[in-house]
Design a protein. Structure first.
Length: 551
């Protein structure tokens, strides 16, 4: 194994002394990489003329200044939202930085990476695009592995030293974070090497996340290969289905933001999989292994919701016969997922805002605030910006909740996932009942893809559960699926066209009825339909119904 300095030797001064620094900026617009000068300072912000410009409205015009040198420092320039480093917020303050430190500037995440060392040793692909070019110039394939390892000191280094070949190059880009350049290995050989390393590390008591990529198949630039290494399939949960390009891009963004402390707002229609996405954010974060707690804000009335979130003291209200710890306090160091956040009352909004600002919780009936350390993920099918505009949701709370927003496409817009999801649900339903697994027929697949799935993944699972009961032990037919959906006369080969016609007619009727009930107000109509306003506008455009419908 060549050029592999052990992680414990990579102290901040030693690492900085070997070369310059690079800042990798990750935003909703994409990823960019900026080589930094050896000395002096650079200003980061969103106004014209700064050294590193952010395309982020939540960042300040001049947000922060990086002071370069052997021990770089970050100075917050009085930004509106502050600057977060290693989970702590700084305002008009300066903090020392080290390799791999994550910096949160509004919705943007920046990572400080070592640039080219003076002795020519490669440290990370992202910092050494020229090294990738050099290897790629040999016109032979090569692989890249990225490993995140949680293990006792020295375990990862020992395994990597033993298992890697003399032509492989390994570097560390943070605690427990390793990158391997596997020379002259194609995609299959790279994947095999990664699986072998993972198995050896797990056998040594480590927890491992692996990403792999191959050049030139996955790209020829450092950024392309790093993005390919972040493909969610490398760390997917059991039964995890990901086939749609938009969803793959969404989960790549999840991989980038999961390690941060940013609050996340998940948007999408009812049943689209918001809770699943929240769970993946938790699993891919540093809080994995700590509590992941869920609460549907729409399921409880105001007093119960307050008690569930903040806890209560004895005698706080009728029936409060003892002290009760709230959800936020019990999930300390973990993640709290608050679904249907748009449904909470003004009083609860005010208390939640205070929690997000102060990171303290006050039980109902008490005046004593208690510190908490939780990561928040919120979800809603409402258009919160429209709710703010009509005064139903606090604007200051919206900005706190919306650290970064992730939009889940409806199932009808990711048709590539319908069949694999259906097969997974068939196997799950049959295993639960101890039944033989029926084969999904081509007609059945066509019928599934023809239906619009207004209830999204949740509806698909319910339909499959019913279709399993209607099917025999041999094949799940299009007729069985149509029967499970509840569409009459849509069987066999005619099922797709019949469903398609009925779907469009039903959708148009539902949209017209909702607009009439809402007196032409699109936001209210979208609420009645259980979709976002964005989705409703898209449907109106598809049907040529761009004018408001009033009673």
């Amino acid at each position: 194994m060549a050029n592999a300095p052990p992680t414990e030797q990579l102290t901040r001064p030693a690492l900085a002394a070997t070369g310059r620094w690079r800042l990798v900026v990750i935003s909703e617009e994409g990823t960019s990489s900026h080589s930094l000068p050896e000395a002096g300072s650079v200003v980061i912000g969103r106004e014209e003329g700064v050294d590193i410009k952010l395309l982020d409205s939540s960042a300040s015009r001049q947000h922060a200044r990086l002071h370069l040198g052997a021990e770089p420092r970050l100075e917050d320039l009085g930004s509106s939202n502050g600057t977060i480093v290693r989970g702590k917020q700084y305002k008009k303050q300066t903090v020392e930085l080290g390799a791999g430190d994550s910096i949160e500037l509004g919705k943007t995440i920046a990572v400080l990476q070592p640039d080219l060392p003076t002795d020519g040793r490669p440290w990370t692909l992202l910092s050494h695009a020229h090294f990738v070019d050099e290897v790629n110039g040999a016109r032979a394939p090569f692989g890249v592995l990225r490993l995140a390892v949680q293990a006792a000191a020295g375990v990862a280094q020992a395994v990597l030293s033993k298992e890697l070949g003399e032509h492989d190059v390994v570097a560390s880009f943070g605690p427990g974070m390793f990158e391997v350049l596997a020379r002259a290995k194609d995609a299959a050989e790279t994947k095999s090497l990664g699986e072998r390393l993972s198995a050896k590390l797990v056998a040594a008591g480590a927890r491992v996340r692996l990403g792999h990529a191959s050049a030139p198949a996955d790209g020829k630039t450092a950024d392309d290969l790093i993005v390919a290494c972040s493909r969610p399939a490398a760390a997917a949960s059991p039964g995890f289905v990901l086939r749609d390009d938009a969803m793959a891009a969404l989960y790549r963004l999840v991989d980038r933001i999961a390690p941060s402390t940013l609050s996340v707002l998940v948007l999408g229609e009812t049943g689209a999989g918001k809770e699943v996405l929240a769970g993946e954010i938790h699993k891919r974060s540093k809080r994995n292994g700590k509590p992941f707690l869920r609460l549907n804000c729409a399921a409880l009335h105001e007093q119960l919701l307050e008690s569930e979130l903040f806890g209560h003291v004895k005698g706080a209200f009728t029936g409060a016969d003892r002290h009760r710890e709230g959800l936020l306090e019990s999930a300390n160091e973990g993640t709290v997922f608050l679904d249907e956040i748009g449904e909470i009352s003004a009083a609860v909004q005010a208390k939640l805002l205070r929690v997000l600002e102060e990171r303290k919780v006050t039980p109902v009936g008490s005046n004593d605030a208690r510190p908490i350390d939780v990561r928040f993920v919120f979800a809603t099918n409402r258009d919160l910006e429209a709710e703010v505009a009509r005064g139903a949701f606090r604007s200051d709370l919206f900005f706190r909740v919306n650290g970064i927003s992730l939009v889940i496409p409806p199932l009808r817009d990711r048709a590539a996932e319908i069949e694999p999801l259906a097969r997974a649900f068939i196997a799950e339903a049959c295993a639960k009942d101890g039944r033989p697994v029926p084969e999904l027929s081509p007609e059945g697949v066509a019928t599934l893809k023809a239906w619009p799935w207004p209830g999204n993944v949740r509806e698909l699972k319910s339909v499959i559960d019913r279709a399993v009961l209607f099917s025999g032990e041999g094949t799940m037919s299009g007729e069985a699926i149509a029967q499970a959906i509840g569409v009459k006369g849509a069987a066999g080969a005619s099922a797709p066209s019949g469903l398609r016609e009925e779907r469009e007619a039903a959708e148009k009727r539902a949209v017209l009825e909702a607009l009439e009930k809402a007196d032409g107000n699109q936001t209210k109509a979208a609420e009645l339909l259980g979709v976002s306003r964005r989705t409703l506008v898209t449907r109106l455009q598809q049907y040529g119904m761009t004018k408001a419908r009033k009673k």
